[in-house]
Design a protein around this ligand. Structure first.
Ligand code: C5P
Length: 232
């Protein structure tokens, strides 16, 4: 699996997104479209960015009954994105249904990855709010194994968990990892951060990088630096 940098396009409008993407005159970065942009602009934003030649990770984190997720995934499949995702907490039957919905008549489909536990969830909240008593790293691994069992292609996790996930689920099982910062950068609200170079050492397949690129004085230079450090 080729390593790559995915830019989190966390903008609230199509105009702001295009203004950002227009800065990239050479290569076409892999981009992540999340809930904010998708809910603001609808599926057309996906078609437009695809038409500009970018690969797309559509980060909508589906979680509902299997039948609903299956039908929603069939709609997303028609958008021709490269990666989409759901919550592993929806259980194995939900993930299997999602995969079915995503698969087109010709057998092709976007990659499907699962969110294990959100990085905003800590041990305390998991125990108090969700009544899950196991250590959080075991929960993450168990959810990753469930995703593998359901036939998914990988998980969203911290670069710090990438090695364990690969050991449990195989080297080909994708780890897509946010929480990346330059050594001389600001961590912002991310708690456990690693540099692009460290994420590479830890075995991440894709790093998802937002503000270190989108809020940089020179976003193209920041992206190129990220690619140099992560891909080599
Ligand atoms: O700006 P920053 O680099 O922190 O952006 C990281 C991106 O990855 C954001 O779009 C955020 O929503 C997403 N993400 C995350 N942690 C997760 C899952 C997704 O930071 N566990």
């Amino acid at each position: 699996m080729a390593k790559d940098v995915i830019i989190a396009c966390d903008f609230s409008s199509a105009e702001a997104t295009y203004a950002f993407l227009d800065k990239f005159t050479g290569r076409k970065p892999f981009v992540k479209i999340g809930m904010e942009l998708f809910y603001a602009e609808g599926p057309e934003i996906v078609r437009q960015i695809k038409a500009r030649g970018h690969r797309i990770f559509l980060d909508l984190k589906l979680h509902d009954i299997p039948n609903t997720v299956k039908k929603a995934m069939a709609v997303l499949s028609a958008l021709d994105v490269d990666i989409c995702n759901l919550h592993a907490a929806g259980t194995v039957p939900m993930m299997e249904a999602a995969l079915e919905g995503l698969t087109r008549a010709d057998g092709s489909r976007p990659l499907l990855i699962a969110v294990t536990q959100l990085t905003s969830t800590d041990q305390q909240h998991m125990e108090d709010d969700l009544l899950i008593r196991e250590p959080i790293d075991q929960v993450v691994l168990h959810y990753a194994q469930n995703a593998r069992k359901a036939g998914l292609d990988g998980v969203v996790c911290s670069p710090l968990e990438a090695g364990k996930v690969h050991a449990a689920c195989g080297e080909g099982f994708l780890t897509v990892t946010p929480g990346v910062r330059f050594a001389d950068g600001d961590a912002g609200d991310q708690k456990r951060v690693t540099t692009p170079a460290r994420a590479r050492e830890l075995g991440s397949d894709y790093i998802v990088v937002g503000r270190p690129i989108t809020a940089a004085a020179d976003p193209v230079a920041a992206y190129e630096r990220c690619v140099r450090e992560f891909v080599g």
